[in-house]
Ligand binder design. Structure first.
Ligand SMILES: Nc1ncnc2c1ncn2[C@@H]1O[C@H](COP(=O)(O)OP(=O)(O)OP(=O)(O)O)[C@@H](O)[C@H]1O
Ligand SMILES: [Mg+2]
Length: 293
Protein backbone atom coordinates (compact mmCIF):
# COMPACT_ATOMS: atom_id res chain seq x y z
CA UNK A 1 0.00 0.00 0.00
CA UNK A 2 1.36 3.38 0.92
CA UNK A 3 4.99 4.11 1.70
CA UNK A 4 5.72 6.97 4.08
CA UNK A 5 9.36 7.99 4.25
CA UNK A 6 10.23 9.65 7.54
CA UNK A 7 13.54 11.52 7.81
CA UNK A 8 15.38 14.47 9.28
CA UNK A 9 18.16 16.76 8.20
CA UNK A 10 20.52 17.47 11.07
CA UNK A 11 20.45 16.55 14.71
CA UNK A 12 18.50 13.63 16.09
CA UNK A 13 15.05 15.19 16.39
CA UNK A 14 13.36 11.87 17.11
CA UNK A 15 12.76 10.14 13.77
CA UNK A 16 12.96 6.60 15.15
CA UNK A 17 10.72 7.51 18.07
CA UNK A 18 8.22 9.12 15.70
CA UNK A 19 8.26 6.09 13.37
CA UNK A 20 7.50 3.75 16.28
CA UNK A 21 4.89 6.08 17.80
CA UNK A 22 3.10 6.45 14.47
CA UNK A 23 3.36 2.72 13.79
CA UNK A 24 1.91 1.95 17.22
CA UNK A 25 -1.26 3.92 16.51
CA UNK A 26 -1.48 3.66 12.73
CA UNK A 27 -5.12 3.01 11.85
CA UNK A 28 -4.30 0.56 9.05
CA UNK A 29 -2.05 -2.49 8.85
CA UNK A 30 1.50 -1.20 9.04
CA UNK A 31 5.16 -2.17 9.02
CA UNK A 32 7.88 0.06 10.48
CA UNK A 33 11.06 -0.40 8.47
CA UNK A 34 14.41 0.87 9.72
CA UNK A 35 16.22 2.18 6.67
CA UNK A 36 18.62 4.48 8.52
CA UNK A 37 22.04 4.22 6.85
CA UNK A 38 23.74 5.04 10.14
CA UNK A 39 22.37 1.81 11.65
CA UNK A 40 19.19 0.85 13.41
CA UNK A 41 18.22 1.32 17.04
CA UNK A 42 15.13 -0.84 17.44
CA UNK A 43 17.09 -3.94 18.43
CA UNK A 44 18.51 -2.08 21.42
CA UNK A 45 15.26 -0.41 22.41
CA UNK A 46 12.29 -2.62 21.98
CA UNK A 47 11.23 -6.06 23.18
CA UNK A 48 10.15 -8.72 20.73
CA UNK A 49 6.78 -10.37 21.14
CA UNK A 50 6.66 -13.83 22.63
CA UNK A 51 7.33 -16.69 20.21
CA UNK A 52 5.86 -20.17 20.47
CA UNK A 53 7.49 -20.78 23.85
CA UNK A 54 5.41 -17.94 25.31
CA UNK A 55 8.42 -15.85 26.30
CA UNK A 56 9.13 -12.44 24.88
CA UNK A 57 12.68 -11.57 24.11
CA UNK A 58 15.03 -9.38 22.21
CA UNK A 59 14.79 -8.66 18.52
CA UNK A 60 17.16 -10.65 16.35
CA UNK A 61 19.60 -8.18 14.71
CA UNK A 62 20.40 -10.52 11.83
CA UNK A 63 16.80 -10.90 10.74
CA UNK A 64 15.75 -7.75 8.93
CA UNK A 65 17.18 -5.50 6.27
CA UNK A 66 20.47 -7.43 6.19
CA UNK A 67 18.90 -10.84 5.65
CA UNK A 68 16.46 -9.33 3.14
CA UNK A 69 19.31 -7.73 1.18
CA UNK A 70 21.13 -11.06 1.08
CA UNK A 71 18.18 -12.74 -0.60
CA UNK A 72 17.29 -9.81 -2.86
CA UNK A 73 20.35 -9.60 -5.07
CA UNK A 74 18.45 -10.87 -8.07
CA UNK A 75 15.39 -8.73 -7.51
CA UNK A 76 13.06 -7.98 -4.68
CA UNK A 77 9.37 -8.81 -4.56
CA UNK A 78 6.95 -7.56 -1.88
CA UNK A 79 6.16 -11.13 -0.83
CA UNK A 80 9.80 -11.65 0.21
CA UNK A 81 9.62 -9.03 2.94
CA UNK A 82 7.39 -10.72 5.55
CA UNK A 83 9.82 -13.48 6.52
CA UNK A 84 12.43 -10.86 7.46
CA UNK A 85 10.08 -8.94 9.74
CA UNK A 86 9.69 -9.37 13.49
CA UNK A 87 6.88 -8.50 15.86
CA UNK A 88 7.19 -6.29 18.91
CA UNK A 89 5.38 -6.69 22.17
CA UNK A 90 2.05 -5.07 21.42
CA UNK A 91 1.91 -6.42 17.88
CA UNK A 92 3.76 -3.83 15.78
CA UNK A 93 5.66 -5.46 12.90
CA UNK A 94 9.15 -4.13 12.25
CA UNK A 95 11.92 -4.70 9.76
CA UNK A 96 15.07 -4.09 11.78
CA UNK A 97 17.81 -2.10 10.14
CA UNK A 98 21.50 -2.64 9.59
CA UNK A 99 23.73 -2.74 12.63
CA UNK A 100 26.39 -0.26 11.51
CA UNK A 101 27.05 2.41 8.92
CA UNK A 102 29.74 0.33 7.15
CA UNK A 103 27.12 -2.16 6.00
CA UNK A 104 25.23 0.64 4.27
CA UNK A 105 28.08 1.22 1.84
CA UNK A 106 27.50 -2.18 0.25
CA UNK A 107 23.75 -1.65 0.08
CA UNK A 108 23.29 1.49 -1.98
CA UNK A 109 21.71 -0.60 -4.76
CA UNK A 110 18.98 -1.78 -2.41
CA UNK A 111 17.02 1.42 -1.76
CA UNK A 112 15.22 1.75 -5.09
CA UNK A 113 14.06 -1.90 -5.28
CA UNK A 114 13.21 -1.80 -1.56
CA UNK A 115 11.06 1.31 -2.04
CA UNK A 116 9.21 -0.36 -4.90
CA UNK A 117 8.68 -3.52 -2.86
CA UNK A 118 7.40 -1.51 0.13
CA UNK A 119 5.01 0.41 -2.10
CA UNK A 120 3.72 -2.90 -3.47
CA UNK A 121 3.22 -4.51 -0.07
CA UNK A 122 -0.56 -4.92 0.09
CA UNK A 123 -2.53 -4.31 2.23
CA UNK A 124 0.18 -3.02 4.53
CA UNK A 125 1.46 0.56 4.75
CA UNK A 126 5.17 0.98 5.39
CA UNK A 127 6.63 3.72 7.57
CA UNK A 128 10.31 3.87 6.65
CA UNK A 129 12.70 5.44 9.16
CA UNK A 130 15.18 6.98 6.74
CA UNK A 131 17.29 8.61 9.46
CA UNK A 132 19.23 11.76 8.66
CA UNK A 133 19.50 12.85 5.07
CA UNK A 134 22.82 14.17 3.88
CA UNK A 135 23.43 15.64 0.45
CA UNK A 136 23.39 12.99 -2.26
CA UNK A 137 21.90 10.30 -0.04
CA UNK A 138 21.20 7.05 -1.90
CA UNK A 139 17.95 6.85 0.08
CA UNK A 140 16.54 9.31 -2.44
CA UNK A 141 15.86 6.21 -4.57
CA UNK A 142 13.56 4.87 -1.85
CA UNK A 143 11.94 8.25 -1.33
CA UNK A 144 11.04 8.50 -5.01
CA UNK A 145 8.79 5.46 -4.50
CA UNK A 146 7.06 6.95 -1.45
CA UNK A 147 3.54 8.32 -1.34
CA UNK A 148 4.63 10.93 1.16
CA UNK A 149 7.98 12.15 2.47
CA UNK A 150 7.79 13.51 6.01
CA UNK A 151 10.67 15.54 7.39
CA UNK A 152 10.85 15.88 11.13
CA UNK A 153 12.22 18.93 12.89
CA UNK A 154 12.29 20.40 16.33
CA UNK A 155 11.07 23.96 16.41
CA UNK A 156 14.50 25.49 17.02
CA UNK A 157 15.77 28.11 14.61
CA UNK A 158 18.92 26.03 14.10
CA UNK A 159 17.08 22.86 13.06
CA UNK A 160 14.45 24.63 10.97
CA UNK A 161 17.03 26.72 9.11
CA UNK A 162 18.93 23.55 8.14
CA UNK A 163 15.69 21.84 7.26
CA UNK A 164 14.74 24.68 4.95
CA UNK A 165 17.90 24.14 2.93
CA UNK A 166 17.28 20.40 2.83
CA UNK A 167 13.68 20.86 1.76
CA UNK A 168 14.77 23.04 -1.14
CA UNK A 169 17.33 20.46 -2.31
CA UNK A 170 15.02 17.52 -1.73
CA UNK A 171 12.03 18.93 -3.58
CA UNK A 172 14.35 19.56 -6.53
CA UNK A 173 15.65 15.98 -6.42
CA UNK A 174 12.15 14.57 -6.04
CA UNK A 175 10.62 16.79 -8.72
CA UNK A 176 7.58 15.00 -10.08
CA UNK A 177 7.74 12.56 -7.17
CA UNK A 178 5.95 12.38 -3.82
CA UNK A 179 4.88 15.43 -1.83
CA UNK A 180 7.16 16.51 0.99
CA UNK A 181 5.71 17.60 4.33
CA UNK A 182 7.17 18.76 7.61
CA UNK A 183 6.26 17.43 11.03
CA UNK A 184 7.19 19.65 13.96
CA UNK A 185 8.29 18.22 17.28
CA UNK A 186 7.21 20.74 19.84
CA UNK A 187 5.83 21.34 23.27
CA UNK A 188 2.12 20.58 22.86
CA UNK A 189 1.28 23.64 24.95
CA UNK A 190 2.61 25.73 22.07
CA UNK A 191 1.85 23.58 19.03
CA UNK A 192 0.14 26.36 17.17
CA UNK A 193 2.89 28.90 17.72
CA UNK A 194 5.65 26.41 16.86
CA UNK A 195 3.91 25.15 13.74
CA UNK A 196 3.19 28.69 12.56
CA UNK A 197 6.81 29.66 13.15
CA UNK A 198 8.18 26.66 11.24
CA UNK A 199 5.68 27.28 8.46
CA UNK A 200 6.80 30.90 8.24
CA UNK A 201 10.46 29.93 7.88
CA UNK A 202 9.79 27.13 5.39
CA UNK A 203 7.46 29.43 3.42
CA UNK A 204 10.43 31.58 2.42
CA UNK A 205 11.27 28.78 -0.04
CA UNK A 206 7.79 28.89 -1.43
CA UNK A 207 8.17 32.61 -2.01
CA UNK A 208 11.22 32.17 -4.24
CA UNK A 209 10.79 33.14 -7.87
CA UNK A 210 10.58 30.00 -10.05
CA UNK A 211 13.62 29.24 -12.16
CA UNK A 212 12.44 28.61 -15.75
CA UNK A 213 15.44 26.34 -16.34
CA UNK A 214 14.12 23.99 -13.62
CA UNK A 215 10.77 23.31 -15.26
CA UNK A 216 7.37 23.81 -13.62
CA UNK A 217 7.43 24.85 -9.95
CA UNK A 218 7.18 22.14 -7.31
CA UNK A 219 4.02 22.30 -5.20
CA UNK A 220 4.74 23.97 -1.87
CA UNK A 221 6.04 22.01 1.07
CA UNK A 222 3.45 22.04 3.81
CA UNK A 223 3.74 21.71 7.56
CA UNK A 224 1.69 18.62 8.33
CA UNK A 225 1.25 19.04 12.04
CA UNK A 226 2.92 18.59 15.37
CA UNK A 227 4.19 15.67 17.39
CA UNK A 228 4.54 16.21 21.12
CA UNK A 229 7.94 16.80 22.61
CA UNK A 230 7.39 14.47 25.52
CA UNK A 231 10.53 12.99 27.15
CA UNK A 232 8.49 10.68 29.40
CA UNK A 233 6.45 9.35 26.49
CA UNK A 234 9.61 8.91 24.39
CA UNK A 235 11.26 7.01 27.23
CA UNK A 236 8.24 4.79 27.76
CA UNK A 237 8.20 4.05 24.06
CA UNK A 238 11.87 3.07 23.94
CA UNK A 239 11.73 -0.16 25.85
CA UNK A 240 9.93 0.34 29.11
CA UNK A 241 6.44 0.21 27.63
CA UNK A 242 3.91 0.61 30.38
CA UNK A 243 0.27 1.35 30.99
CA UNK A 244 0.57 5.11 30.87
CA UNK A 245 2.08 5.09 27.40
CA UNK A 246 -1.32 5.02 25.79
CA UNK A 247 -2.22 8.29 27.48
CA UNK A 248 1.11 9.99 26.92
CA UNK A 249 1.21 13.27 25.04
CA UNK A 250 3.44 11.63 22.45
CA UNK A 251 1.02 8.81 21.67
CA UNK A 252 -1.98 11.11 21.74
CA UNK A 253 -0.38 13.50 19.28
CA UNK A 254 0.85 10.55 17.17
CA UNK A 255 -2.74 9.37 16.89
CA UNK A 256 -3.80 12.72 15.46
CA UNK A 257 -0.88 12.83 13.04
CA UNK A 258 -1.49 9.22 11.95
CA UNK A 259 -5.15 9.99 11.25
CA UNK A 260 -4.18 13.07 9.27
CA UNK A 261 -1.47 11.30 7.26
CA UNK A 262 -3.61 8.29 6.39
CA UNK A 263 -6.27 10.73 5.20
CA UNK A 264 -3.76 11.94 2.61
CA UNK A 265 -2.96 8.44 1.35
CA UNK A 266 -4.72 6.21 -1.15
CA UNK A 267 -7.59 4.35 0.52
CA UNK A 268 -7.13 0.69 1.45
CA UNK A 269 -9.53 -1.35 -0.69
CA UNK A 270 -12.39 -2.78 1.39
CA UNK A 271 -11.01 -1.31 4.61
CA UNK A 272 -12.79 1.20 6.83
CA UNK A 273 -11.64 4.66 5.79
CA UNK A 274 -12.14 6.19 9.22
CA UNK A 275 -9.22 5.99 11.64
CA UNK A 276 -9.80 4.57 15.12
CA UNK A 277 -11.68 6.94 17.38
CA UNK A 278 -9.22 8.87 19.54
CA UNK A 279 -10.51 7.35 22.78
CA UNK A 280 -10.17 3.77 21.58
CA UNK A 281 -6.81 2.39 22.76
CA UNK A 282 -4.78 1.34 19.72
CA UNK A 283 -4.17 -2.37 19.73
CA UNK A 284 -0.43 -2.04 19.27
CA UNK A 285 0.26 0.12 22.32
CA UNK A 286 0.50 -2.34 25.19
CA UNK A 287 -1.66 -1.38 28.12
CA UNK A 288 -0.89 -2.14 31.74
CA UNK A 289 1.69 -4.60 32.92
CA UNK A 290 1.69 -6.84 29.88
CA UNK A 291 3.86 -4.37 28.00
CA UNK A 292 6.63 -4.35 30.57
CA UNK A 293 9.80 -6.29 30.05
N1 LIG B 1 8.87 13.25 20.91
C1 LIG B 1 9.93 13.26 21.73
N2 LIG B 1 9.91 13.94 22.89
C2 LIG B 1 10.96 13.95 23.72
N3 LIG B 1 12.11 13.32 23.48
C3 LIG B 1 12.21 12.63 22.34
C4 LIG B 1 11.13 12.57 21.40
N4 LIG B 1 11.52 11.82 20.36
C5 LIG B 1 12.77 11.42 20.64
N5 LIG B 1 13.19 11.90 21.81
C6 LIG B 1 14.48 11.65 22.44
O1 LIG B 1 15.50 12.14 21.57
C7 LIG B 1 16.55 11.20 21.47
C8 LIG B 1 16.72 10.78 20.02
O2 LIG B 1 15.55 10.11 19.61
P1 LIG B 1 15.52 9.19 18.32
O3 LIG B 1 16.52 8.10 18.44
O4 LIG B 1 14.13 8.84 18.07
O5 LIG B 1 16.02 10.26 17.27
P2 LIG B 1 16.54 10.05 15.77
O6 LIG B 1 16.16 11.29 15.05
O7 LIG B 1 16.02 8.75 15.24
O8 LIG B 1 18.10 9.96 15.99
P3 LIG B 1 19.22 9.27 15.04
O9 LIG B 1 19.38 10.18 13.85
O10 LIG B 1 20.44 9.24 15.92
O11 LIG B 1 18.71 7.91 14.65
C9 LIG B 1 16.20 10.05 22.40
O12 LIG B 1 16.85 10.26 23.64
C10 LIG B 1 14.71 10.15 22.57
O13 LIG B 1 14.25 9.67 23.82
MG1 LIG C 1 16.93 7.11 14.45
Amino acid sequence: MALIALAADKGAPGVTTAAVALGAVWPRPVLVAECDQAGGDLVYRLPAAAEGDGRGGTLNPSRGLLSLAATARRGLRPDQIAEHCQRLVGGLDVLVGITNAEQAQAMTWLWGPLGRAFAGLAPVDVIADCGRLGAGTPLIELMREADLVVLLTRATLEQVAHLRERVAALTEELRGGPPVGVLVLADPRDFRGSIAEVDRIIARNRGQAPDPAQGPPQPGVSVLGGLALDPKGAELLSGRWGGRLDRSLLIRSAREVAADLTGRLPAVPDAPREPAAPDVPPARVPAGEEGRR
